[in-house]
Design a binder for this molecule. Structure first.
Ligand SMILES: [Zn+2]
Ligand SMILES: [Zn+2]
Ligand SMILES: [Zn+2]
Length: 277
């Protein structure tokens, strides 16, 4: 299995659009891996995870044929994870030769955002019925997409909706995609997480060295999370542990995150990073 991290920042981007804090200033100065667009990933070039406003920039930067992708998993409706207006461009009028249907999977809030965006007046003349289809997910209701077994789990994030994290399995490989979430998961969610063995875990590291009680994780939470999996035999020696979804409010440069990651047997993601596992 392969995962490519197309974007690795929290909602405001890094440097943040309107920000002149020290972390953002440093990012602009150093450039390269310090510059982060909003979080999005792709598994095996086939399963797209989340659809931020930077999707277009990612398609250009990484030469992605987004029109060939037929499965989009959405974690929640926050704009850094779902920017649905752009989906209208998959209509035949704008997206020639797009491959069959794009299935967009998400919760009720994502579904509402989807229909609110694609049914606005300007686009009503271009119905998406033949190009994009929404599939409503419920936590723990697993499903198959293009040979991938996918389990949506309820996250510890915005309580106004059922934010989801995902377990993705294929050909004996297993991935836990944990953005966005804190550590206060339900027993049911933990039990499901503990019932798998992972080859890669991707953990929320929004808070950097800071810690809050839920909603997002910081680096200490990531260590604790990985340890819990290790103690239950859910990760092995070769399991890849990635930290991802960084904010300037975490106050750390990529260089500092890399240093932390190395000390703790993890990898700090950066835009464009590919991991084969
Ligand atoms: Zn986010
Ligand atoms: Zn800043
Ligand atoms: Zn969020």
């Amino acid at each position: 299995m392969e995962i490519q991290y197309l974007g690795t920042a929290a909602a405001e981007g890094l440097p943040a659009l309107f920000c002149d804090c020290e972390t953002c200033r440093k990012a602009r100065e150093i450039g390269g891996k310090e510059m982060r667009t909003r979080t999005q990933s792709i598994v095996d070039g086939k399963i797209l995870i989340d659809f931020p406003p930077d999707t277009y920039a990612h398609a250009l930067e990484y030469s992605l044929q987004i029109g060939q992708i037929q499965h989009l998993l959405v974690t929640h409706s926050h704009m850094d994870h779902f920017f649905p207006v752009e989906l209208i461009h998959r209509h035949e009028h704008f997206g020639h030769n797009a491959k069959g249907m794009l299935y967009v999977y998400g919760n009720a809030a994502v579904e509402k955002a989807f229909y609110d965006a694609v049914l606005i007046d300007r686009f009503k003349v271009h119905p998406l019925d033949d190009a994009v289809r929404f599939v409503r997910l419920e936590p723990f209701a697993d499903f198959m997409a293009d040979g991938y077994h996918i389990i949506p789990l309820p996250a510890d994030h915005d309580k106004r909706e059922t934010c989801l994290i995902y377990i993705i399995e294929k050909d004996g490989k297993c991935l836990l995609y944990g953005h966005d979430t804190g550590m206060n998961l339900s027993d049911e969610a933990w039990n499901c997480i503990f019932s798998h063995k992972y080859d890669l875990i991707s953990l929320d590291a929004t808070m950097g060295r800071k810690q809050i009680d839920g909603y997002h994780m910081g680096l200490l939470d990531d260590i604790a999370f990985a340890k819990m999996l290790e103690e239950r035999g859910c990760i092995h020696r070769d399991t890849v542990k990635v930290i991802n979804h960084f904010s300037h409010n975490g106050g750390m440069t990529h260089g500092q995150l890399e240093e932390f990651a190395e000390e703790n047997g993890m990898i700090a993601s950066y835009d464009g990073m590919k991991v084969i596992f």
